[in-house]
Design a protein around this ligand. Structure first.
Ligand code: FDA
Length: 372
């Protein structure tokens, strides 16, 4: 006899949205998470009155009216707009690259002057064979050195000459003074932090933390009619087709007096500085505190046991993932797989919410059809 209709493995956005929808449709859900806190990677922790983004900076953005209305049911958003800066060899540059950046670099003041300059600085390479050649052919040596080379070497831990061109499919350069990182209609940060938003999303649903599904899989499978799994798909299948690879990060938090850098995010692009960015959390909420908390983000080589942040969707990994995905199809009567780890896919927050809403809707329709 099942106690729950659905066991949801993972208290991140996918699991929580799915649980909300199924609960509201009248089904009984249990959410478990192996971490000691809820929210998955969007988790924020209140430290000295500041919401610290514990798994890297999270800025909510979407152009989808339905998703924006949905998240606004659970939190109010402020008017934060992401305008990161780049630090390179003692200078600060406007970023993403826009007319002001090109003014800083070349003194050009109009879109026409900037366009002409970009044509001049491009390196003529007919068939770029790697990332370095491709970027040089698009924007020339100086922009490549300042914005791409060192940063990419740190992130991918190899020379850009060894990387395929598809890693940077597009190099957005704006010939206007618009330095808003995102192009979406809606953007902001939950005024009370993401954790409050997640708690409201989970209101009335049983949540058990510090609970690893794999520590007692048989027991948990027996508690519910269906299992929604949002953890690592290769782990679910005992790594039988091989291990999927990720890029991982190490976060170092520091407390300082006053205002450390005057902006929420500054990217450090030179190779010699080991971190890729510093996030100063109080700027996400326009905090006026006399102290501040910053986080330095260091890329690290991934191995099992470390936090899997970014999937590496190369040929090898995609092939392995496909085998797991095929296997998961065969189990669809009992298991639903969703979210960034189970689908081995980078999802922004609005995208993972959209995916969870779609899968929940399909499941509710399926349940209705089997009852009637
Ligand atoms: P998520 O990882 O959040 O949840 C899965 C949960 O399952 C975890 O809590 C995990 O502990 C749990 N779990 C796994 N295995 C388990 C087991 N065996 N037993 C129990 N529990 C288990 N997006 C955006 O829109 N704007 C942004 O600015 C950013 N910024 C950003 C920065 C960084 C550094 C990263 C890596 C990602 C972003 N994102 C982002 C993306 C965002 O983090 C992402 O969309 C969501 O966290 C995905 O939610 P999921 O529920 O899929 O995974």
């Amino acid at each position: 006899m099942h106690i729950y209709d659905y066991l949801i493995v993972g208290a991140g956005l996918f699991g929580s949205v799915f649980a909300r929808e199924l609960t509201d449709a009248g089904f009984k859900c249990l959410i478990i998470d192996k971490r000691p806190h809820t929210g998955g990677n969007v988790y924020t922790e209140k430290r000295e009155g500041i919401d610290v983004h514990m798994y890297g900076p999270h800025i909510f953005h979407t152009s989808d009216d339905r998703i924006w209305a949905y998240v606004n049911r659970f939190t109010k958003f402020n008017h934060y707009v992401n305008r990161p800066k780049v630090y390179y060899k003692g200078k600060i540059y406007s970023f993403p690259i826009n007319l002001f950046t090109l003014y800083q670099l070349y003194g050009v003041k109009t879109p026409a002057e900037a366009q002409k300059k970009l044509e001049e600085v491009k390196v003529p390479i007919k068939n770029p064979k790697n990332l370095e050649e491709w970027v040089l052919s698009q924007v020339g040596q100086e922009i490549y050195e300042i914005f791409i080379k060192g940063y990419t070497m740190k992130q991918w831990m190899c020379d850009p000459k060894e990387l395929p061109t598809f890693i940077i499919r597009r190099l957005p350069i704006r010939l206007t003074f618009d330095d808003n990182y995102f192009n979406d209609c809606y953007q902001g940060i939950p005024v009370e932090g993401y954790t409050k938003m997640m708690e409201r999303l989970q209101a009335g649903i049983e949540v058990r933390l510090n609970t690893d599904y794999f520590a007692n899989k048989e027991y948990f499978d027996g508690t519910a009619r269906k299992v929604v799994f949002t953890g690592k798909i290769d782990e679910f299948f005992g790594y039988r087709f091989g291990e999927l690879e990720y890029r991982t990060l190490r976060f170092e938090h520091e407390m300082h007096k006053g205002d450390y850098q005057g902006n929420a995010i500054i990217n450090y692009t030179e190779y010699e500085i080991p971190y890729t960015r510093i996030c100063e959390h109080k700027h996400f909420t326009f905090g006026q505190q006399e102290h501040t908390i910053i986080t330095k983000e260091y890329p690290e080589a991934w191995s099992r046991g470390k936090e899997p942040y970014y999937p590496i969707n190369n040929e090898r990994n995609n092939k392995i993932y496909k085998q797991y995905a095929t296997l998961s199809e065969e189990l669809k009567d009992k298991y639903i797989f969703g979210g960034r780890l189970a689908e081995y896919k980078y999802y922004d927050m609005h995208q993972v919410i959209g995916s969870a809403l779609a899968k929940a809707k399909k499941e509710i329709e399926f349940q209705k059809s089997t009852c009637s």
